[in-house]
Design a binder for this molecule. Structure first.
Ligand code: GLA
Length: 695
């Protein structure tokens, strides 16, 4: 597998349009409604409908039976209307007959309890019976529709997320472990089974980390996370290969959940032609709340980085969701703004869950492009307006977002640092990652995410919020990057464990300590939940502190001002080789983290997209276009150095632009509204041309 390889979405020059549409579930409606759907889709400017995501029981009402007639008609209707189809394999939700006739396909949790049908996602990823039925329905769909003129894209499964601890999974886990370790001796060594008498004498003794009396072996648990992601990935790859065989050239995707722990997103993205994601920030969040637009920006930057170029927003809500305790609609303008935020950060597709709101089922109170209130509703009007605006932005399709900063992120490190038996259960990897990303986002310092072993030479600054586990290759890469002149800003509890979750000699890897100018970390000193510590620069910090001993030449930028570590360094800076290495042994409050990153960025020669923006104003450059978004409650005026034309309004702004609440502008220095000044290179935007994407 080409993990961390070239990645998808690369190198296909095209003149595209942005994709606009959503999940379309016609099987929930009588055929008369389909005509109405197509009429309104055209009205709204929809050019892509994702069909069949949950239609397995309709397509295969009993084992081996096929009912494709309704889907034939739906695809024809869409095609006649010029609407492209993203055709899903329905394998995220097996029909009840499968669980009833083949109970071994149902997943079991850590306690051995069966997870029943009656919802969705009830399959054991290791089950040969499930896999066989999934392959057969995917193959029959691909045979029938692989050459259909409406087909633009394959969508395999949906939000792969199931884990299982059953006996079939145990067999599969053992095979995976044999592949990884070859010998039991190597496995015993990697898992440290001398501890607590856990030595395995035969492969047959090994089980998934099921419910046990006390803490589970952490290396076993880490390998099980890796295995569970790989087991799901095998399901994806098997279906991908089947559909690809019957429709060569049609790209394949599967939709990720945002910053989801269950899939190693780097390995998965390398197996996709197009990377897509579902994002549902909380519309009730205040502008500076991490759950609001900052969450959107993080997920968008991550997906762009996984795609190494343009990507698809496969799902978002037109208004309210139904999975939070209280589900607030999106106020007027917010859906538009968050859609354009995705475009700003590299999306070539803005799609929704779902086209028409369901009247039955668990998601009947989830909003849709066409809500229960119908075509004369506020939501549908906004959807139609957005469709028209995306049409005016076709010049953006395929263009790229360039970043000088890389934030290192890794699922292995996340999995390892999240296990019990650590210095602090309050350490929350995604929250730390989000805090650092938000501090960059808030000052329009554009960042990519990168795997720790990725090539870093193209970035002026590398940020490591917190990577407990780092491989030797990653440590060597960081060392070479900094000594060669790069700037590293490294957060706490990093470089502690190797790939087997074995604590490194000296507690923190020696290469990293030398690089950071840290002689020793005597002890981790985590803070209680909600506890803060004052630093000597007057700021406060939370979550973590460390008893550090810096090397002689290392500068202490700020020290702990209170508590047991008072007077000890908290933030340090060293200058190894040609580069600069900051170490941040705690989680500074947001203004301090912002200031620190701004200072490091200045030193590295990285400038914000626009300097001096008011808090809550986001600026991103994509190709030749400058996107400005106002997340503040009040209007804001943004000065401009020279005249720009707003592609959304056609107005030219000489020296400044005023944006109201949720306001967005897409500015081009050129007065030509649609001609891009860079060469677009997106396989995604190629989809809506109906052209054959290159491999
Ligand atoms: C996910 C799923 C959809 C739907 C939405 C609701 O993104 O893929 O099927 O359940 O959530 O928000």
């Amino acid at each position: 597998m080409a993990a961390h390889g070239n990645g998808p979405g690369m190198g296909v020059a095209t003149r595209g349009r942005l994709l606009f549409g959503g999940d379309y579930n016609p099987e929930q409606w009588p055929p008369e409604t389909w005509h109405d759907d197509v009429r309104l889709m055209k009205d709204a400017g929809v050019n892509l409908a994702t069909v069949g995501v949950f239609s397995w029981a309709t397509l295969e009402p009993r084992p081996g039976a096929r009912d494709f007639g309704w889907l034939d008609r739906v695809l024809e209707l869409l095609h006649e209307a010029g609407i492209g189809v993203c055709l899903a394999t329905p394998t995220a939700s097996p029909p009840p007959w499968m669980g009833s006739r083949h109970p071994e396909t149902l997943p079991r949790d850590e306690n051995g309890t069966v997870v029943w049908y009656g919802s969705r996602n009830q399959f054991c990823p290791s089950s040969p019976v499930y896999r066989d039925y999934a392959r057969r329905i995917a193959e029959d769909l691909a045979r029938r529709y692989g050459g259909h003129p409406a087909l633009r894209l394959w969508h395999i499964g949906n939000e792969y997320c199931t884990s299982c601890w059953c006996d079939e999974t145990a067999r599969h886990f053992r095979a995976w472990l044999r592949e990884r370790y070859a010998t039991l001796a190597a496995l015993n060594e990697a898992w440290g089974t001398a501890f607590w008498s856990q030595r395995y004498d035969s492969w047959e003794e090994i089980i998934p980390p099921r419910r046990a009396q006390y803490l589970i072996n952490p290396a076993q648990a880490l390998d099980f996370r890796r295995f569970s992601s790989d087991a799901l990935l095998e399901c994806f790859v098997a279906e991908r290969d089947v559909v690809a065989a019957h429709s060569p050239g049609t790209p394949v995707t599967t939709n990720f959940m945002p910053l989801f722990a269950g899939q190693d997103g780097w390995r998965w993205a390398a197996e996709e032609d197009v990377v897509s994601v579902d994002v549902y920030p909380d519309p009730a969040a205040a502008p500076d709340d991490p759950a609001g637009p900052a969450h959107g920006a993080l997920v968008q930057d991550l997906t762009r980085s996984q795609a190494r170029g343009p990507w698809m927003l496969m799902e978002q809500a037109a208004s309210a969701v139904n999975f939070r305790p209280v589900n607030r609609p999106k106020p007027e303008g917010l859906m538009r703004q968050w859609s354009l935020q995705a475009v700003a950060r590299g999306a070539d597709a803005v799609c929704f869950f779902q086209w028409r709101a369901s009247r039955q089922g668990s998601e009947k109170f989830h909003s849709a492009m066409l809500p229960h209130a119908g075509e004369h509703s506020r939501t549908f009007r906004q959807v139609r307006d957005l469709g028209a605006e995306l049409g005016a932005l076709s010049g953006v399709a395929g263009t790229r977002v360039e970043a000088d900063i890389a934030v290192l992120h890794d699922w292995d490190a996340w999995w390892a640092s999240g296990q019990p038996g650590r210095p602090s259960a309050a350490l929350d990897y995604p929250a730390v990652l989000a805090a650092w990303h938000q501090a960059l986002w808030e000052q329009s310092l554009t960042a990519d995410f990168a795997h720790p072993e990725a090539r870093l030479a193209g970035y002026r600054m590398v940020v490591v919020p917190q990577l407990y586990l780092l491989t030797d290759a990653a440590l060597d890469g960081l060392d070479a990057y900094v000594r060669g002149g790069g700037t590293l800003v490294c957060g706490f509890f990093t470089g502690v464990a190797d790939a087997d979750d074995r604590v490194r000699e000296g507690g923190v890897d020696a290469r990293l300590r030398r690089l950071l100018g840290i002689a020793r970390v005597h002890e981790w000193w985590p803070l209680a939940e909600g506890e803060t510590l004052r630093l000597t620069d007057g700021s406060a910090a939370s979550v973590w502190s460390e008893d550090l001993e810096p090397a002689d030449a290392t500068e202490t930028v700020a020290a702990y001002a209170e508590g047991p570590l008072a007077g000890r360094p908290a933030i340090t800076r060293a200058t190894p080789g040609e580069g600069t290495a900051w170490y941040v042994s705690t989680l500074p409050e947001r203004p301090t983290l912002r200031a620190l990153l701004a200072q490091a960025a200045r030193g590295a020669g990285v400038a914000p997209v626009l300097p001096g923006l008011a808090p809550g104003v986001e600026a991103v450059r994509r190709g030749a276009f400058l996107f400005l978004l106002n997340h503040r409650r009040e209007q804001v005026t943004i000065p401009l150095q020279h005249p720009h034309t707003d592609l959304l309004t056609g107005h030219t702004h000489a020296d400044g632009i005023t944006l109201g609440r949720y306001g967005v502008a897409v500015l081009s220095a050129s007065t030509n509204r649609t001609t891009p000044t860079t060469t677009p290179t997106s396989k995604v935007s190629r989809i809506c041309d109906g052209g054959e994407p290159s491999p």
